[in-house]
Design a binder for this molecule. Structure first.
Ligand code: PEP
Length: 254
C-alpha cells in the first residue's frame, strides 16, 4: 500500500514564534484524527526549521522538511544550505524543484538531478516537484513536458533510490492562483506519471511511489482530488498556513 502524505509548504512566511505556534496548533488539532498510514510534513523557512523541530519534536506524527538545499557538500555558496546541515538538525525531508525555485531562482533540471542525488546520499527524502505551465497545457504539451522533467531529473537514479523519492505534480497554473486542476485532470496526469516511471524503473517502483498533487488544494476540493486512485496526497501552500484548513486536508485523505 502506498503511503499517503499531506505536506505543507510554508514558503517565506511566518517568523519563529508564529511558526512554532502553527506547528503546535497542528499537533493539537490532529489529536483526534486517525492518521495511520499518513505522513504529515511541514516545511517552515530555513531559519525556523530548528526551533519548530524542537517545538514539535516529541510529536512523531509530524515530520519537517526543508524547502530547498544546495547540491554541493559544502563550500563557497553564500546563502545556501546543504543536505548535511538539514540532517544535522534532525530533519529528514527536503522539497526540491518547486516551481517558484525554477522560475525565480533559475533552477534547472540538471541542477535538480544533482540535488536529488545529494539528498538521497544524505538519507533525505526528496519531495520532487514538477509540472507544466499554462501554455504547455493550452498547447497540449503537458504530458511531454512532465515526461521530460522526470527524465532529466530522475532517470539517472537506481532502483533502490526510489525509497527516498516522493513526487509532487504541481501544474504551475494552479499554484497560488485559486485555480485547481480538476480531479480528472489530476488523475489523468498521475496515471501518466506512473506509466513513465514504470517504463524506466518497472511496475513495482511505479506503483509504490507516492505522487502528491499540488495547486490550490483547499478543504472544499481536497476530498475529491485525494480520492482519485493515483493521487496519494497533496503538497499544500496557502491552506497550510492555518491549522484548521491544514488539518481539514489531513482529515480529507483518511
Ligand atoms: C505550492 O506552493 O506548492 C502550492 C501548491 O501552493 P498553493 O496550495 O497555495 O497553490
Amino acid at each position: 500500500m502506498r503511503t499517503k502524505i499531506v505536506a505543507g509548504n510554508w514558503k517565506m512566511n511566518l517568523d519563529v514564534e508564529t511558526s512554532k505556534k502553527l506547528a503546535m496548533d497542528i499537533s493539537t488539532d490532529i489529536q483526534n484524527l486517525e492518521t495511520n498510514n499518513t505522513r504529515i510534513i511541514i516545511a517552515p523557512t530555513a531559519t525556523n526549521l530548528y526551533p519548530v523541530f524542537h517545538q514539535v519534536g516529541m510529536d512523531t506524527r509530524i515530520e519537517l522538511a526543508a524547502q530547498n538545499m544546495h547540491q554541493a557538500k559544502n563550500g563557497a555558496f553564500t546563502g545556501e544550505i546543504s543536505a548535511e546541515m538539514i540532517q544535522s538538525i534532525g530533519i529528514n525531508n527536503v522539497i526540491l524543484g518547486h516551481s517558484e525555485r525554477r522560475t525565480y531562482f533559475n533552477e534547472t533540471d540538471t541542477a535538480l538531478a544533482e540535488k536529488v542525488s545529494t539528498a538521497i546520499q544524505n538519507n533525505l527524502d526528496a519531495i520532487f516537484c514538477f509540472g507544466e505551465v499554462l501554455e504547455d497545457r493550452q498547447t497540449n504539451n503537458h504530458f511531454k513536458v512532465v515526461e521530460s522533467q522526470l527524465q532529466n531529473a530522475l532517470f539517472h537514479l537506481c532502483e533502490k533510490d526510489w525509497k527516498n523519492i516522493i513526487l509532487a505534480y504541481e501544474p504551475v497554473w494552479a499554484i497560488g492562483t485559486g485555480e485547481t486542476a480538476s480531479p480528472e485532470q489530476a488523475q489523468e496526469m498521475h496515471a501518466f506519471i506512473r506509466t513513465v516511471i514504470a517504463k524506466k524503473f518497472g511496475e513495482t517502483i511505479a506503483q509504490n511511489v507516492s505522487i502528491l498533487y499540488g495547486g490550490s488544494v483547499k478543504p472544499s476540493n481536497a476530498k475529491e482530488i485525494f480520492s482519485q486512485p493515483d493521487v496519494d496526497g497533496g503538497l499544500i501552500g496557502g491552506a497550510a498556513l492555518n491549522s484548521t484548513d491544514f488539518v481539514a486536508l489531513i482529515a480529507a485523505i483518511q
